[in-house]
Design a protein around this ligand. Structure first.
Ligand code: TYD
Ligand code: MG
Length: 453
């Protein structure tokens, strides 16, 4: 019998070492190096179980290679198609990551049920009955979707050869294991081996494979970072589990832009695509409430109108609280400091709570002005005119700074019926036909004067 071979792997970054050490030299993490049994063989299960498809690669002139860019598989889901850059590319490997319970399995099951061609959904986490119950819940049935509850890649490939699916979904890559590696499922070497086998299968048969991946506490895809390097596309499904909205983002895409996002709503019967996100993210309060402001932001490539709510109250305890959802608390602290220093508002002894409605996290700096407006409005308890919205960044000197793609933002605000938008004076508005009133300001002071006289 061959000697058992072991090696040491960092569970954080996947680096391989010949002996144990306390700190990983490549990612600098402590106590992440674990011994794993490896048994390298020259063959992988996909090759060995389907000898007929073995090919030897030959070099060819780039001008002779036929382009297949137009052949995309329509997933019958507009938001997913948009994020993928027009549909699934044959032979591509897509990794879908997201927190537990966010809806990864639901989304993928919906896709395989809708698509209408032969699909295979491999689950290592749920039983066939559980998947059937989920399918009943999302009220979708299909005559061409096969379910397989299996975790051994060799058996999965046997089934694949039998039913010849056009799309394969693996739920999840962390549950798979290959016979050629002795370590347990979810370990670095298993994940790497199983992914390699699946990639080989996808490239040789031009079948797109979607892998569902778990993520760690810090939001990274669990297991090795190398998994992200190996696949063609990395999608992240995110949102607040207590809210209904979910955002699908692409972090890496070899076949399209990473700027696109897809928006879904989690309902009792599955995920619903949201075509006009701006309309749902704004509450329909008739009477004006103090402390709310609307911001014209851009998420990915899409303009999005978002409502900001602030509550400013006198601090009861010694240290005032600052708490935010969907916005960086450090950025809020900076904006409060700017208001104190540049606009004379004494907020140092006040509690400030900030909320981006809909459970969405916003990174776009254009939200700054709306945050400031909401905080000031709550502070003086005067509501902001409901037909007004904001789009600008605030600098440390209290200056109102321009933001990118202002025309797109103005157009979205106009489409949703706002009558005026406050932007920076330095913004270059190229389209002169906007019907909406454009108010240009240079300093935070000007905004205060405009809002509260
Ligand atoms: P799931 O797809 O199992 O999450 P993941 O695979 O990312 O771990 O999603 C489970 C959650 O979604 C669960 O908390 C219940 C909710 N859900 C709905 O609200 N409506 C539905 O129709 C379904 C199927 C699930
Ligand atoms: Mg799941």
């Amino acid at each position: 019998m061959a000697k058992v071979k072991t090696s040491f792997f960092c569970q954080n970054c996947g680096s391989q070492y010949s002996k144990w050490q306390g700190q990983c030299t490549s990612c600098k993490e402590w106590n992440t190096i674990v011994e794993e049994v490896i048994q390298k063989e020259d063959k992988t299960s996909w090759k060995s179980s389907s000898s007929s498809i073995q090919t030897v690669s030959k070099s060819q002139l780039i001008s002779d290679i036929s382009s297949q860019s137009e052949i995309r598989i329509n997933t019958c889901n507009k938001e997913l198609n948009r994020v993928l850059g027009g549909g699934l590319v044959p032979g591509s490997i897509t990794l879908l990551g997201g927190e537990p319970g966010i809806g990864k399995s639901t989304l993928m099951l919906q896709i395989v049920l809708q698509i209408g061609t032969t699909t295979l959904y491999v689950s290592g986490e749920e039983s066939a009955q559980q998947i059937k119950m989920r399918a009943e819940r999302i009220q979708s049935d299909s005559k061409s979707c096969f379910i397989l509850t299996e975790t051994k890649t060799q058996n999965i490939f046997k089934q694949i050869e039998e039913i010849q699916p056009r799309i394969v979904v693996i739920d999840s890559i962390q549950t798979l294991h290959s016979d050629y590696i002795d370590s347990s499922p979810g370990s670095i070497s298993q994940i790497r081996e199983c992914a390699t086998e699946l990639i080989k299968f996808a490239k040789e048969t031009h079948t797109p494979v979607i892998l569902i991946g778990h993520i760690t506490k810090d939001g990274n895809i669990a297991g090795p970072k190398i998994l992200e390097h190996m696949v063609d596309t990395v999608l992240q499904f995110e949102g607040d589990r207590n809210h209904v909205y979910r955002i699908l983002r692409s972090q890496k895409n070899r076949f399209g832009s990473t700027n696109e996002i897809g928006i879904y709503e989690m309902l009792g019967k599955g995920l619903k695509e949201v075509a006009n996100p701006s309309e749902i993210l704004i509450s329909k309060n008739e009477e004006g409430l103090s402390g709310t402001a609307i911001s014209a932001t851009i998420e990915g490539m899409r303009p999005l109108m978002i409502e900001i709510q602030a509550l400013v109250s006198t601090a009861v305890y010694g240290t005032p609280q600052r708490s935010t959802t969907g916005f960086h608390v450090k950025r809020l602290n900076m904006l409060l400091a700017v208001l104190e220093k540049r606009a004379g508002f004494k907020l140092g002894a006040k509690d400030v709570f900030l909320n981006v409605t809909g459970g969405i996290t916003v990174d776009d700096p254009a939200i700054d002005l709306a945050v400031v407006a909401a905080v000031l409005s709550s502070n003086v308890d005067i509501a902001i005119d409901k037909s007004l919205c904001f789009s600008a960044e605030i600098g440390l000197a209290g200056e109102v700074r321009p933001v990118t793609r202002i025309d797109q933002r103005i157009k979205e605000a106009e489409k949703l019926g706002y009558s005026s938008i406050i932007i920076s004076k330095h913004c270059k508005v190229s389209n002169k036909d906007h019907k909406i009133g454009i108010i240009k300001v240079t300093k935070v002071h000007d905004v205060v004067r405009h809002l509260f006289g």
